[in-house]
Write a protein that binds this ligand. Structure first.
Ligand SMILES: [Zn+2]
Length: 474
């Protein structure tokens, strides 16, 4: 007994074919041309594409930032993901300076406990190693071993936000060496935070405090420089590295240069950098632009095509969201008179697949197979969970997305599941949307009959332990 998905077209990262999918319990039991019907519950997927559920490897749920907390908790955040066709998230546990990684892990386990509605995992953001014990017996480095045992096989390092999250190059290099020994992946926020902070102070001194100046204060060159530095240091340390939210052409050039030199370097971009720009969203004359204050900031439009090309050609491997939602009315407003105080981040987890499909596949920039690769299969492979997620293959979790390529959908905060009072793509009409979504075999979303609703139980999502596989290079 289990659902039998019939008459659909299975799209994988490598090809498409007509086949049925049989779900048994939480697992994909069988994939084949004509699976014999027994007492299965039949799901008719005529006209639909059958894909692995989306995996968004970059979200910040219930995250403290600048005196407030991101608006989506693990319940609304994972439900919004599911409604949009995403069945797995990797969120970030943030180590506080002076505290241990274990404390951060426990804190984020509590945040998700009985709240997560689809499966999730965590990256560990390392901000501190005991400076007196950086040898292999040092506590911080031992903790990295413990985290890998817990199934946290990726470590996030910040080259931005001095005094809060940023670590210096020596510490970053030491973490990279340790990660190399553990086969773990280093995820890097690549921006030169020290230089940016000087530009920021100078702008504020000149009275340039509007949201527009947030974008101008963070040069693409600061990102490109840090991208090169991070990959070069990782290469010296023998570590595999993954650049998060790569946003512009200069940083892309740095990535490609190091990839060409044989560095084990991967990178993601995010939906917002592919379709939003300074010209369109932040021309510089309104407080509304605070809706688009995130880091790295929006870039000039000319950066979009190179990013799309890099997705199609393979220099960029993943499209994530960096979903970090803050309400416009009472959270973004903390920085009304000073862009430094605007909580950094935007909502996006619910709309990732719609944007990627409409502006990618419909626009002829990527194939449906590439869509699956970027949205699910590569994230699973790179982050050590390809034996559980990311493909329609027998034995894997039945995280399955039935995608309707002909569905018309208008994006709006009024109908979204995300807990913000705005949407970055407000009023945009897209073609292509999630029709039905299965999470470990359970139908949790049916946008054809109950649009925008989450049908499963709150708290059903589970923590997924990931293998340390050096980003799939090893
Ligand atoms: Zn982020």
């Amino acid at each position: 007994m289990g659902a039998l998905i019939k008459n659909g077209t299975i799209v994988s990262a490598t090809g498409s074919r007509r086949a049925d999918v049989l779900i048994s319990g939480e697992i994909i039991a069988q994939v084949g041309e004509k699976i014999v019907e027994e007492e299965h519950e039949i799901v008719d997927a005529t006209g639909l594409l059958v894909m692995p559920g989306g995996i968004d490897v970059h979200t910040h749920l219930d995250m403290p930032f600048g005196g407030t907390t991101s608006a989506d908790d693990y319940t609304t955040g994972t439900q919004a993901a599911a409604v949009g066709g995403t069945t797995m998230l990797i969120d970030f546990a943030l180590q506080s300076q002076g505290h241990t990684m274990r404390e951060a892990f426990d804190t984020w386990c509590k945040k998700s406990d009985r709240k997560a509605c689809v499966d999730f995992s965590l990256h560990m953001a390392v901000t501190d190693l005991d400076p007196h014990h950086t040898g292999d017996t040092g506590y911080g480095l031992r903790e990295m071993e413990e985290m890998v045992v817990e199934g946290i096989s990726s470590f996030k390092l910040f080259m931005a936000y001095p005094g809060v999250l940023m670590i210096d190059d020596g510490l970053m290099f030491r973490v990279m060496q340790k990660a190399a020994g553990l086969n773990a992946l280093c995820c890097i926020h690549a921006e030169n935070g020290s230089a940016i902070d000087i530009v920021v102070s100078q702008m504020i001194a000149e009275g340039k405090a509007a949201p527009h100046y947030h974008a101008l204060s963070r040069s693409p060159k600061a990102e490109a420089e840090a991208t090169h530095r991070a990959i070069a240091l990782a290469d010296m340390a023998g570590a595999a590295v993954y650049i998060v939210h790569l946003s512009n052409e200069d940083a892309l050039a740095a990535l490609k240069f190091m990839q060409g030199r044989g560095a084990r370097a991967l990178a993601e971009t995010c939906t917002q950098y592919l379709v939003l720009s300074i010209e369109d969203q932040m021309p510089g004359n309104s407080w509304e632009e605070a809706k688009f204050v995130f880091t790295p900031p929006l870039r000039e439009k000319k950066n979009q095509k190179p990013l799309w090309d890099a997705l199609a050609e393979g220099a960029l491997s993943v499209v994530s969201t960096d979903h970090c939602p803050f309400r416009f009315a009472d959270q973004k407003s903390l920085g009304k008179d000073d862009f430094r105080k605007i909580p950094n981040g935007g909502p996006g987890v619910e709309n990732r697949l719609q944007i990627l499909w409409h502006f990618g596949v419909n626009a002829g920039r990527i194939t449906p197979e590439k869509f699956v690769e970027l949205a699910a299969t590569a994230p699973a492979r790179i982050f050590g969970m390809e034996k559980k997620k990311g493909s329609i293959v027998p034995g894997l979790d039945a995280d399955i997305l039935l995608w309707d390529p002909d569905a018309d959908y208008t994006i709006s905060a009024a109908t979204q599941r995300m807990a913000t009072d705005y949407n970055m793509f407000e009023g945009w009409k897209v073609k292509g949307n999630a029709a039905k979504v299965f999470s470990r075999g359970e139908l949790v979303v049916d946008n054809t009959t109950r649009p925008g609703e989450f049908l499963g139980a709150t708290g059903r999502g589970r923590f997924v332990r990931r293998d340390a596989n050096a980003g799939g290079f090893a």
